[in-house]
Design a protein around this ligand. Structure first.
Ligand SMILES: Cc1cc2nc3c(=O)[nH]c(=O)nc-3n(C[C@H](O)[C@H](O)[C@H](O)COP(=O)(O)O)c2cc1C
Ligand code: SF4
Length: 443
């Protein structure tokens, strides 16, 4: 079994309850930080750890924290991004469900490091069942002196509030999220100014992902330098991967970064191979927003090296032969999967979730969906494939927020790597429909 940090105690019965969590070493990092370290020392450990944001972009957490406006006399905020609406990504909800106190512990230590006294957990509206779990954990932490006024007898005060969203994917984008907490429609803001200077209520704000913040307690306990020895290169530590699709063992796994992709897909302790002993066709490894890669390029890089589960190895320097680790939403396709149908499905999602502020995203996602619909339903024209690729190119980089890129990359990469499949749909629609029917019948 690989190394476990976040999920080390996941099998302990009732670990979601305060007394069990505490008996297993819970909240020790709060004691260590508040009673024995300065806020700068805590931030220093996070910087040394090399921890990178687990929400998708992989931005170094210590560096992000260092940007927080130190001169401002306004209050500062920490916002925990628990929106998790990306298709294929379901690791944060797992963590909050089973280890709510690990997150609360990470939030307390992070707020101490950042000089924050009010923290929000912005949680996806559909996760109603988690709101009660988190609020209960907050109540328990407060009743044991880890939240509220003069925590552990120190001058440090902290309140944590759970703020449910209303079910919009775009509210996971950090500035749309801030708008939503302020009670407005969740439209992304034009940056700069960045949240570190002008975030929630116009005050300096850090937004971090659930998994990122849950990692802070263990980092403080083991020390940043030790954490940095785990993983590979600049991809330090462990990462939660939510695996789904045509695999034998879908679920949430904690992997040490650097694990070969092949071991993750075929290893018995992880995905355990493709359903029905079929061959691997393709993978989207970082949530639906990142480029799809065909099996050959997923297992080996363009140079023929073993592809690893790291930010660097997966990206390979470009999107021709690479993709992204993203949020770790690992979607696996077996040989029978239809790439065109899948691309259409994802594009429907992005079209629906576009906030509509930018024309390339608002119009482009709708055009792409329309074209993909006709290709998938046997009504496509030969010129449609290049038209699709052109629309995707025109969206990329031309929008206020990265949702535009997120909608363009799956389409562009599907055409790049599976063009023949698109051509088959256009040129031989009856044969494709027949094949899909027989796959369905075989189950
Ligand atoms: C459309 C869109 C949706 C996003 N959804 C999420 C999300 O659900 N959770 C998340 O942590 N980050 C999400 N992000 C990334 C956030 O904007 C932000 O980068 C992240 O929360 C920062 O946390 P990190 O540095 O810990 O990764 C999304 C970004 C975009 C553009
Ligand atoms: S890229 Fe799309 S989702 Fe993002 S601001 Fe523009 S229209 Fe809205």
């Amino acid at each position: 079994m690989g190394r476990k940090i976040l999920l080390a105690d996941i099998a302990v019965p009732d670990i979601e309850e305060y007394h069990v969590y505490r008996a297993n070493g819970g909240y020790r990092s709060v004691e260590k930080a508040l009673l024995g370290m300065t806020p700068a020392e805590v931030s220093g450990e996070v910087t040394k750890s090399g921890l990178r944001g687990r929400g998708g972009a992989g931005f170094p957490t210590g560096l992000k924290w260092s940007f927080l406006d130190k001169k401002s006399e306004k209050p500062r905020y920490l916002v925990c991004n628990a929106d998790e609406s990306e298709p294929g990504t379901f690791k944060d909800r797992y963590l909050m469900h089973h280890l709510p106190h690990l997150l609360i512990e990470g939030l307390i230590v992070s707020c101490y490091a950042l000089g924050v006294h009010t923290c929000y957990i912005y949680i996806r509206g559909e996760f109603k069942y988690l709101v009660g779990i988190l609020e209960n954990a907050i109540r328990e932490a407060r009743s044991h002196g880890f939240l509220g006024e003069k925590i552990l007898g120190t001058p440090f005060n902290l309140q944590i509030f759970v703020h449910p969203g209303a079910g919009a994917y775009i509210c996971g984008e950090e500035t749309a999220l801030l708008e939503s907490i302020e009670g407005k429609r969740g439209n992304p803001r034009i940056k700069p100014p960045f949240p570190a200077f002008k975030g929630l209520y116009g005050c300096p704000t850090v937004v971090n992902n659930v998994e990122t913040l849950a990692s802070v307690g263990p980092i403080v306990m083991m020390g940043g330098e030790t954490y940095a020895t785990i993983g590979k290169g600049k991809s330090t530590g462990t990462k939660l991967i939510s695996a789904c699709g045509n695999i034998n063992n879908p679920g949430v796994y904690e992997i040490e970064l650097g694990l070969p992709v092949e071991d993750f897909i075929f290893g018995k302790e992880y995905c355990n191979g493709i359903v029905g002993h079929k061959s691997l066709k393709a993978v989207i490894p970082g949530g639906s927003s990142v480029p799809i890669l065909p099996a050959g390029l997923m297992l080996k890089t363009a140079e023929g090296n073993t592809r690893l589960m790291t930010y660097e190895s997966l990206s390979d320097g470009d999107f021709i032969s690479g993709t992204m680790l993203g949020s770790g939403g690992f979607i696996v396709y077996g040989e029978d999967a239809c790439i065109v149908r899948n691309t259409w499905n994802l594009t429907r999602f992005y079209r629906h979730e576009s906030c509509g502020q930018c024309s390339p995203c608002r119009e482009g996602t709708a055009w792409m969906e329309k074209i993909l619909y006709r290709i998938e339903h046997g009504e496509g024209k030969p010129s449609d494939i290049d038209l699709l690729a052109k629309i995707a190119r025109n969206i990329e980089g031309n929008t206020i927020c990265p949702l535009g890129d997120a909608a363009a990359w799956p389409v562009a990469s599907a055409i790049r790597h599976f063009r023949e499949e698109f051509e088959d749909h256009v040129l031989h629609p009856a044969a494709v429909l027949e094949k899909e029917r027989s796959v369905k019948e075989r189950g």
